[in-house]
Design a protein around this ligand. Structure first.
Ligand SMILES: NC(=O)c1ccc[n+]([C@@H]2O[C@H](COP(=O)([O-])OP(=O)(O)OC[C@H]3O[C@@H](n4cnc5c(N)ncnc54)[C@H](O)[C@@H]3O)[C@@H](O)[C@H]2O)c1
Length: 291
């Protein structure tokens, strides 16, 4: 799997008993029951493959971004297969969507249309050249995207929403006996908003069978769907090149909104999930580094 650039499908740590891919830090037994990394000390299995040297003097907050947000967003842009002059719609302007929007603009020169309903997130995206659509004030989001793209739809859509985004936890989603249609609204809107022959790049997490998934529309519109768990190691060098570049092409100083000590993590997680206090991206640091 590594030779295919797919470390997240690693055959050494694949969880075959659960028919799942590689083990992940901070997940339950279906993904290997490996403890998470938000701790003072971390045990890293297969460290020779999973650790990467940082440049001397690298900012630790930027280093955190190279471990999840940036590689995920990078993979989403790669999977969107943007051609020169492409228009990409980014659904969800959380940390992943913000980063995907900037990477699409910087690396592919794409025109980016971003969709969300949280005002600080819309404002942050707009500061970085994204044309925004406030879904709280727009009755027909896909229609608005089609209208802005000469009646065709966006060349690609990157779904950075997933099914837990409107304040419910993934646990509560999974405990429901069937996935509620409202939980997949972003994916449905993405299918409506992409042009014929376009690409859907799905970064958002979807778990459980989706009833009534409009596959006939995917077929009729000749869509390509690309998705999956991020392959962090594959993209590390690409994102580190941007994250630590002196001219800061991704303007990362305007992404992390809160740097807090680990001891406040439970409350901070709740505020992040409810999108309170203008939180876009939280980073936990050791006590002595907290401002
Ligand atoms: N593929 C991977 O390996 C990978 C890695 C990291 C994160 N993720 C997933 O990416 C997704 C985004 O992560 P995040 O940290 O940015 O989450 P987030 O919850 O901060 O951001 C999601 C945003 O989507 C917005 N939103 C909700 N419903 C919407 C809709 N219908 N249309 C448009 N916007 C809508 C929310 O207001 C929110 O700002 C999550 O599903 C997360 O699990 C996947």
């Amino acid at each position: 799997m590594c030779t295919h650039g797919l470390p997240s499908q690693c055959e050494t740590t694949q969880n075959t008993a659960f028919h799942r891919g590689a083990s992940l830090h901070g997940y339950t037994e279906i993904y290997g029951d490996v403890a998470g990394c938000q701790a003072e000390l971390v045990h890293v299995p297969f460290a020779d493959a999973n650790l990467h040297p940082l440049p001397d003097g690298a900012d630790p907050v930027r280093a955190v971004l190279t471990t999840d947000v940036l590689p995920t967003a990078w993979q989403g842009v790669v999977c969107a297969e943007l051609e020169p002059g492409a228009t990409v719609a980014v659904f969800g302007l959380g940390p992943i969507g913000q980063a995907a929007a900037r990477i699409a603009a910087v690396t592919a020169g794409a025109r980016v249309i971003g969709v969300d309903h949280v005002s600080e997130r819309l404002a942050m995206a707009a500061r970085h050249g994204v044309e925004t659509i406030d879904r709280g004030r727009t009755s027909d989001v896909p229609g608005a995207i089609v209208e802005r793209t000469d009646g065709r739809g966006a060349d690609a859509v990157i779904d950075c929403v997933g099914m837990e985004a409107d304040g419910s936890s993934i646990d509560s989603v999974l405990q429901a006996t069937r996935v509620q249609p409202s939980r997949v609204i972003a994916l449905r809107h993405a299918i409506d908003a992409v042009r014929r022959g376009g690409t859907l790049s799905v970064l958002g997490l979807y778990a459980g069978p989706i009833h009534g998934f409009p596959f006939e529309q995917v077929f009729d519109k000749s869509l390509t769907i690309r998705t999956g768990q991020v392959n962090v190691a594959r993209w590390f060098d690409d994102v580190a090149g941007l994250a630590f570049a002196p001219d800061d092409p991704l303007a990362l100083d305007d992404l992390v909104t809160h740097v807090v000590p680990m001891r406040v993590a439970p409350a901070a997680y709740q505020r992040f999930q409810r999108k309170r206090d203008g939180i876009v991206k939280l980073v936990f640091v050791p006590e002595e580094q907290a401002a």
